[in-house]
Ligand binder design. Structure first.
Ligand code: NI
Length: 216
């Protein structure tokens, strides 16, 4: 998810997951291994992000049966991709991996990565708000979507341990946006058919222009 920073209230994170706790790949590693891992991550290239109206964005993701090494690697690559694209959230669906895994960082300093595997919303506030949203799969488009103000989410962390997150503000919106991706839903589908078709046309044209530019 991409968001206009001045249009949304500052995120209030009730329960924050510590970076080092969240990145299990770093756990129980010696110092040398840690340095090697961070060098590996910084050398890793970002993943290509599927762009709307790519039909693959409408794939429904499967639950992760067991959290394994490749999920840890995927989440690292997704975080890198998200940071480079200056997004605040990314769903595996957007990088053409159809498993229930999302990464988020709504912190100002971009140093509080969250990885949610098999996320489920167990409670959502009845109170909603319409706020502008953007998406790394629909670059340059921002529009209002109605979302619950607060949610409670259960998921697995990178160790396969159950974690519970209570979120409000921007984090709550971001979680709802990313979880929609896992169901094959892009935020423009909340907009009117007229608006959606205009966006579709714009995206197709943009892609053609880019391809033309690339062969030059
Ligand atoms: Ni998105």
């Amino acid at each position: 998810m991409e968001i206009l920073s001045d249009s949304v209230p500052k995120a209030l994170i009730k329960q924050r997951l510590d970076d080092s706790e969240n990145i299990a790949a770093f756990k129980n590693l010696g110092k040398v291994a840690k340095i090697a891992t961070s060098l590996f991550i910084s050398a890793m290239s970002p993943l290509p992000i599927l762009r709307y109206p790519d039909p693959r964005l409408h794939t429904v993701a499967k639950p992760v049966a067991k959290v394994e090494t490749h999920h840890r690697q995927l989440s690292q690559a997704m975080l890198k991709t998200m940071y480079e694209a200056e997004g605040i959230g990314l769903a595996a669906t957007q990088v053409d991996v159809h498993e229930r895994l999302i990464v988020i960082d709504v912190s100002e300093n971009r140093d509080q990565p969250l990885v949610l595997i098999n996320p489920e919303i167990v409670w959502a506030s009845a109170e909603t708000r319409i706020g502008d949203e953007g998406c790394l799969s629909v670059p340059g488009i921002y529009d209002g979507v109605e979302r619950s103000l607060a949610v409670k989410v259960e998921s697995l962390d990178l160790d396969g341990q159950r974690q519970v997150l209570e979120a409000e503000g921007m984090l709550a919106v971001c979680i709802q946006h990313e979880m929609d991706h896992l169901m094959g839903k892009v935020f423009v589908e909340y907009l009117s058919p007229l608006k959606r078709n205009r966006i579709k046309t714009k995206m197709v044209k943009q892609k053609k222009d880019e391809e033309r530019e690339a062969v030059r």
